[in-house]
Design a protein around this ligand. Structure first.
Ligand code: SF4
Length: 601
């Protein structure tokens, strides 16, 4: 197989070594894309092949592997995701994170299917990819700047207003373990600390401008499939809810079902929800829609508080998870402070989910009297104190005082204060906003994900609610396994997860065929999904991860929910874990067989 036999690829991968300053252009390996599709899958394969076990995630031996897929830059619906894979400083496991917007197609137009960043620069730099001209440029002037400021400054310096730029903020420079990489101002590679890895390499940003185009195998078929998906999306109630309210369309439902993270997951429904419900989000904050490349949903929302100019925070979103973690999970019932806290995370470059989770843990420690104002730098860190939330987030980004402790994430904080039982994390990655006691499949999802407690590795809650079996553990091992495989395909096709409302597995395989010319059956697609999961687990296996790491804090396995529509529930994890391992073909300790992966066989 060669590039001509796999259309859709740009054909090159950039390898940049920041220690030596070398920039090498390599041919994309078509087999890598045949067996792992693109995005997350190809990133996992490159990391597995190239990263030695046991390396320091914040040392020069770690790599940042940015990957797209054959669909990026074509008209395929929602094909706009770029993935970055790395060993996470939060978890020491494999990690990947995806951002939408417009930077992924731009990289393809510039002629590349990926960028591999190695080593560590002796001084702050940024990378400027201008078609086939690639330079490492001085970024000393931008080091210390906020994300939006440095993105605009880099764009101005290269004199390319249409370039797409991703940067880190002060949190990445200060190696906050949940620092993110920010692209197109508001699109984040959010989870797992990719921003900290970038900061450890003294890499402030990457700017991209491309003028090429992508050759596809069957343009007419691609157009037909795309039209079909967009017609389904136009009528789909969930897609239309996203169009109207963004992901905050979920607020009312998840709160009513009693599994919305509230006060560090002590409760599952929020008494202040009427002030921050779905309608109030739209009425009080949203003033326009935003779309990523090639998307007909446009779930992005430009938001600011329309009533209160003092709180002039202007953000895109916040996403439902952000609302949950920076809102109810911190006891906050005001869009003023949710927007302000989101803005702080955006401009300093922090994952809003982990940031909200670690502040909420601090709040519970403070209310329990385990820490006091001496520890919190004088802040009255009670649930509901919006000013304390905002100030603490600033302190985290700059590693000031108590912020320096929180900047290492909930697992480290839990260990320090003997509070691991209620530090909401798995493997060191914080829970998303769904309390697993209200949808047991989400408990297994958090537990077995190779990157830690990330909801989008297998978002089973919709199926569980639809099947009216969200409180049952039965069959959840199989449900999570199937959903994980499907999501591994979605992430590796590098299409937006919201496309799944209309994009069946078969349609994804047909899109892949129309673009690349490679026909894959649904079974072959699911096998690829399984292979990607296995590869990620093998990466963790050689880092020493075992069944004991596929676990949940005892708050969720031993304490029942005390109020709301999920009252009386706790998670019985072990039967689900046994079923999951059995379905995936892993042994009792969760160890897979290496022989299952053709590319590495
Ligand atoms: S649904 Fe939202 S996140 Fe997904 S591609 Fe469209 S605008 Fe972007």
């Amino acid at each position: 197989m060669n590039k001509q036999q796999l259309k859709g690829l740009a054909g090159k991968i950039l390898r940049v070594n920041l220690t030596t300053g070398s920039i090498v252009v390599e041919d994309s390996d078509p087999y890598l894309f045949r067996y792992f599709l693109g995005g997350r899958g190809v990133g996992a394969a490159i990391l597995y092949k190239e990263l030695a076990p046991g390396i320091d995630p914040l040392g020069p031996d770690n790599k940042l592997v940015f990957t797209v897929g054959p669909l990026e830059g074509t008209m395929a619906p929602g094909a706009n995701k770029m993935s970055v894979s790395f060993k996470s400083p939060a978890t020491n496991s494999i990690c990947w994170s995806l951002a939408g917007g417009h930077i992924a197609p731009e990289l393809k137009f510039a002629g590349y299917d990926g960028i591999i960043i190695e080593g560590k620069s002796p001084k702050p730099v940024y990378l400027w990819i201008n078609d086939d001209k690639v330079e490492i440029k001085d970024a000393l002037a931008y080091w210390g700047q906020e994300t939006h400021q440095s993105e605009d400054a880099i764009r101005a310096e290269i004199k390319e207003p249409l370039s797409k730029v991703m940067v880190i903020g002060p949190a990445g420079e200060n190696q906050v373990t949940f620092a993110c990489i920010q692209a197109d101002h508001f699109r984040e590679f959010g989870r797992g600390g990719g921003g900290a890895v970038m900061g450890s390499k003294n890499l402030k940003g990457i700017a991209v401008r491309g003028h090429g185009c992508i050759e596809v195998h069957d343009g007419e078929k691609l157009e037909e499939l795309t039209r079909n998906v967009n017609e389904i999306l136009a009528k789909h109630p969930k897609a239309n809810a996203r169009k109207a309210f963004g992901t905050n369309e979920m607020i009312d439902g998840i709160n009513a079902l009693g599994f919305w993270s509230t006060r560090n997951f002590q409760e599952g429904s929020f008494d202040g929800v009427d002030k921050i419900n779905t309608a109030s989000y739209k009425n009080e904050t949203v003033f326009s829609d935003v779309s990523c490349y090639g998307c007909s949903i446009a779930c992005g929302k430009n938001a600011r508080n329309k009533k209160n100019p003092y709180f002039s925070a202007a953000v895109e979103g916040p996403e439902f998870e952000t609302t949950g973690l920076l809102g109810p999970n911190c006891g906050i019932d005001s869009w003023n402070y949710i927007l302000k806290a989101t803005e702080i995370c955006d401009k300093y470059g922090m994952d809003t989910i982990s940031a909200g989770a670690v502040v909420a843990l601090g709040m519970e420690l403070y209310e329990k009297g385990i820490i006091d104002k001496v520890t919190t730098d004088g802040l009255d860190l009670k649930f509901g104190n919006g000013e304390a939330l905002v100030q603490t987030l600033e302190n985290i980004a700059f590693r000031r005082g108590f912020g320096d402790i929180l900047a290492n994430g909930t697992k480290t904080v839990g260990e320090k204060y003997d509070a691991l039982a209620y530090a909401p994390q798995v493997k060191g990655l914080e829970f998303a906003t769904y309390d697993p006691r209200g949808a047991k499949g989400m408990g297994l999802t958090y537990a077995v994900s190779s990157k830690g407690a990330h909801h989008m590795t297998s978002p089973t809650m919709g199926v569980e609610i639809g099947n009216n079996n969200r409180f049952s553990e039965e069959g959840k091992g199989a449900l999570v396994a199937e959903t994980q495989k499907y999501m591994a395909i979605v992430d590796s096709m590098a299409v937006c997860a919201s496309m799944r409302f209309a994009l069946s597995l078969n349609q994804q395989m047909r899109l892949f065929e129309a673009v690349t010319g490679v026909a894959l059956s649904d079974e072959e697609g699911m096998q690829i999904g399984e292979n990607i999961l296995t590869l990620e687990r093998l990466f963790n296996d050689r880092e020493g991860f075992t069944r004991k790491d596929d676990n949940l804090p005892t708050r969720f396995t031993e304490e029942t929910m005390t109020s709301g529509a999920s009252a009386g529930q706790k998670v019985n994890l072990n039967p689900m874990l046994d079923e999951y391992y059995q379905v995936m073909g892993y042994d009792k300790d969760g160890k897979p067989s290496k022989s299952k992966i053709p590319y590495f066989a």
